[in-house]
Design a binder for this molecule. Structure first.
Ligand code: S3P
Length: 423
């Protein structure tokens, strides 16, 4: 599909976003192994989260929709008939592998061309230490053939900042003999820890060290997924780079391990107000108001980069319009996302006549740049497609996103929402 994006002078309105992708995956997986039924309100509409649902259904969980509420009947899993399909979703394959490694059956899990190039050694190493038996293409890529085994708890220090790897080890730990400890180099999103507690596991967190006690008994429950802050990032960026904007984002997730986005935007000069914060199943949820602002630019590195890893494409676009530009460091992980996002940003910025200097693990975009309309190639990466849609709002004439359907990986309603608020 080709989506045309016209320049916009303003962003106005009230929007509600589909459920957070990270939290949706976790609720579906925990619901599938918990006793009884889990009811999930506002489950993500993204294709990635549908991949998780397809996989847990193939493993024997009951998956139904009743009046817009997703119901998952959980319990013991059974061997799937064919290969499990994680589609484009790194979260599905990496987190579910932790569960699969501990089952009494063998399974195989793979995905699309992009996922098939993504590194799996990062989960194979700790799972193998727990006693798992996993074969991978060339020892490190999907598909994975997982021979279910009895696992033992380990004390694992993550070599990189990755919530998916942390979650994989904790989910495997649910079935393991002994406690499981994960130590993080920097704190990453903690939705797994929060959800595990909510479903009844005993878990202790002391700074960057998480310990799951052996023998957890999970019980199904009713949960509501907050709107996805990573999806909101595109509209926040859109509002901040159009001359006239006043946008309310309703009921969005404000978990502190994710809301560094707001701190960073505010540090760049963004006028963002957080309104009416509440808690649901241990997660914070609230409304955001954003108004057009003068954006100064900024430098992102270390723990901040890890906390903003999914928002960097949107922030790069904003950075190129800011006063002093954006510098991103310590972002080697961007090279192994759905695409090499540093390369995809550079290529598409070049098409728009925008300068960007890339290094192995970061980049710099100078500020105050003019955006020229272009045909964008997101290379099948949803966040690249959405970030450059925002960029085209600030271009000199209409531009096109080629293969725009990839936005559906996390946000099928993205273009209709954008058209609704842009004028
Ligand atoms: C996610 C963790 C991050 C993030 C991804 C979702 C999660 O990946 O980029 O979009 O839900 O745990 P990594 O664990 O590879 O950093």
């Amino acid at each position: 599909m080709r989506q045309t994006i016209r320049p916009a002078r303003g962003i106005h309105g009230v929007i509600t976003l589909p459920g957070d992708k990270s939290i949706s995956h976790r609720y579906a997986m925990l619901g599938a192994i918990a006793e009884g039924t889990t009811s999930i309100v506002n489950y993500s509409t993204g294709a990635d989260c549908q991949s998780t649902l397809g996989a847990v259904a193939a493993l024997g969980a009951g998956v139904e929709r009743e009046d817009g509420v997703l119901k998952i009947r959980g319990g013991a899993l059974r061997a799937p008939e064919g290969e499990l399909d994680a589609g484009n979703s790194g979260s599905t394959i990496r987190m579910l592998s932790g569960i699969l490694a501990a089952q009494k059956f063998d399974s195989k899990i793979g995905g699309d061309a992009s996922l098939s190039q993504r590194p799996m050694q990062r989960i194979i190493a700790p799972l193998t230490e727990m006693g798992a038996s996993i074969e991978a293409r060339e020892g490190r890529f999907p598909p994975l053939t997982i021979h279910g085994r009895e696992l033992r708890g380990i004390d694992y220090t993550l070599p990189m900042a990755s919530a998916q790897v942390k979650s994989c080890v904790l989910l495997a730990g649910l079935f393991a003999k002994g406690d499981t400890t994960v130590r993080e180099p920097v704190r990453t999103r903690d939705h797994t820890e929060i959800a595990l507690k909510e479903f009844g596991a005993e878990i202790e967190i002391v700074r960057n060290v998480i310990t799951l006690r052996e023998g957890a008994r999970l019980m199904g429950r009713e949960v509501t997924v907050p709107g996805d802050l990573s999806s909101a990032a595109f509209f926040l960026a859109a509002a901040l780079l159009t001359p006239d904007a006043n946008l309310l984002v309703h009921a969005v997730g404000l978990n502190p391990t994710r809301s560094a986005l707001l701190d960073f935007l505010v540090s760049m000069g963004a006028d963002i107000t957080v309104i009416d914060v509440q808690q649901t199943a241990g997660e914070l949820i609230g409304d955001l108001r954003v108004r057009a602002s003068r954006i100064e630019g900024g430098v992102m590195e270390g723990a901040m980069t890890a906390a903003l890893i999914d928002e960097i494409p949107a922030l790069a676009v904003l950075g190129a319009r800011s006063e002093s530009g954006l510098t991103v460091r310590d972002a080697a992980e961007l090279r192994v996302k759905e695409t090499d996002r540093i390369a995809a940003l550079k290529k598409n910025f070049e098409r728009m006549g925008v300068r960007m200097e890339a290094s192995g693990d970061g980049f710099h975009v100078p500020g105050k740049q003019a955006f020229h309309a272009a045909e964008i190639d997101p290379e099948g990466d949803h966040r690249i497609a959405m970030a450059f849609s925002v960029a085209l709002l600030a271009a000199d004439s209409p531009g096109v996103i080629d293969g725009s359907e990839c936005a559906g990986v996390s946000f099928p309603e993205f273009f209709s929402t954008l058209h609704q608020i842009a004028s």
